[in-house]
Ligand binder design. Structure first.
Ligand code: UDP
Ligand code: MG
Length: 335
């Protein structure tokens, strides 16, 4: 199951034998988009790749779809040798699907592995250029980056931009605004990503965390070709929070700092109040303001506990060491 770790070289294309590319495609309720995806690849990807001497295999990961996605995949894989699939026993999420796909892809010992969404929001016509770039050997990952968010709900775009702006300050690796999971990677890059077996996954962060050099391909946003997004606003918020908690303990540091400063101020205020009471007596005035401070402090403590609890819940999920996914069916690839 391990990747062929052959070093990535930069020979001229003419001098090479055919190279292989496995394209991992996570799918959740995509029965209408799978045929469109394959058609678009046939039109825009296969001839340019063939001209470069690169042979693609499509590895679909059915992430517990509730529609007819699995049947569509069975039909296509039955008819085509270059299509394989895995099907999960239930919906484990796109992160698990990408991990499973990359892990299974590595059993082919490919020269390159790619990740692409099924809904054509990752334009297939970019793939040949991405493969051409990685073949030059100057980087281990070529990733696509949206430079616009047209068609996306404005509130979602706003929060996404805030998230990337915040992450820029709290993580010490590159996390690019508009970065997609859409990437072409060398075996050693995939191997590094797979070595991060954590349960709470945030692949865009992991791609940055493992390092190596990356080239970016910019493109304007494309809307989904059919079907609906599987991500609700709250699911995305949760994903963003997972991203923060997975890569930085800065919120805990801020809490500790805030606690230290408030304790210091409270101690000074206490000394002041005691001294004043000793010198001038103790009138009962100030009860409302006192209550406000007590309630505010209670609220801040609850917030602090909530943040700590959030980290704790992630540790809890990690220490259980459950598998990231369960495969119910596989075709053309080891699960
Ligand atoms: N996806 C998945 N599991 C999920 C949700 C999504 O495998 O639980 C897949 C989905 O089929 C698509 C890709 O991940 O190929 C991106 O999902 P989607 O288009 O719903 O997200 P968006 O583009 O709106 O961020
Ligand atoms: Mg999409």
């Amino acid at each position: 199951m391990e990747l062929d770790m052959a070093e990535h070289t930069c020979e001229e294309p003419e001098s090479r034998v055919a190279e292989s590319l496995v394209v991992v495609v996570p799918c959740h309720d995509e029965q209408s988009t799978v045929p469109k995806f394959l058609k678009a690849c046939a039109l825009k990807v296969e001839a340019p790749l063939q001209a470069m001497g690169v042979v693609p295999t499509y590895l679909f990961v059915d992430d517990g779809s509730n529609d007819g996605t699995l049947q569509v995949l069975r039909d296509v894989a039955g008819a085509r040798k270059d299509v394989a699939y895995l099907s999960f026993s239930r919906n484990f999420g796109k992160e698990a699907a990408m991990y499973a796909g990359l892990k299974a892809a590595s059993s082919f010992g490919p020269d390159y592995a790619a990740i692409m969404d099924c809904d054509l929001q990752d334009p297939p016509e970019l793939l040949p250029d991405m493969v051409a770039r990685i073949r030059r050997g100057s980087c281990d990952r070529v990733s696509a980056r949206r430079v616009s968010r047209t068609g996306e709900p404005p509130i979602r775009s706003w929060f996404a931009r805030r998230f990337y702006a915040l992450m820029k300050h709290v993580v010490d690796f590159e996390l690019v605004d508009g970065a997609r999971d859409f990437s072409v990677m060398t075996p050693r890059f995939v191997s590094a990503v797979l070595s991060c077996g954590e349960y709470n996954r945030f692949t865009k962060g992991l791609f940055g965390w493992v390092g190596f050099s990356t080239e970016w391909v910019a493109y304007p946003n494309v809307e989904r070709v059919a079907g609906e997004t599987s991500w609700s606003f709250w699911a995305l918020m949760h994903y963003a929070l997972d991203g923060i908690v997975a890569y930085t303990v800065r919120p805990l540091e801020v809490l500790a700092g805030f606690g230290a400063v408030t304790s210091l101020i409270a101690t000074c205020a206490l000394v002041f109040v005691v001294v004043r009471a000793l010198l001038f007596g103790d009138p009962v005035a100030g009860w409302p303001s006192l209550m406000t401070v007590v309630i505010l402090t209670g609220g801040l403590l609850m917030l602090a506990l909530g943040i700590i609890g959030f980290y704790l819940s992630k540790i809890y999920l990690e220490v259980k060491r459950r598998p990231l996914y369960v495969v119910a069916e596989a075709h053309g690839v080891d699960a």
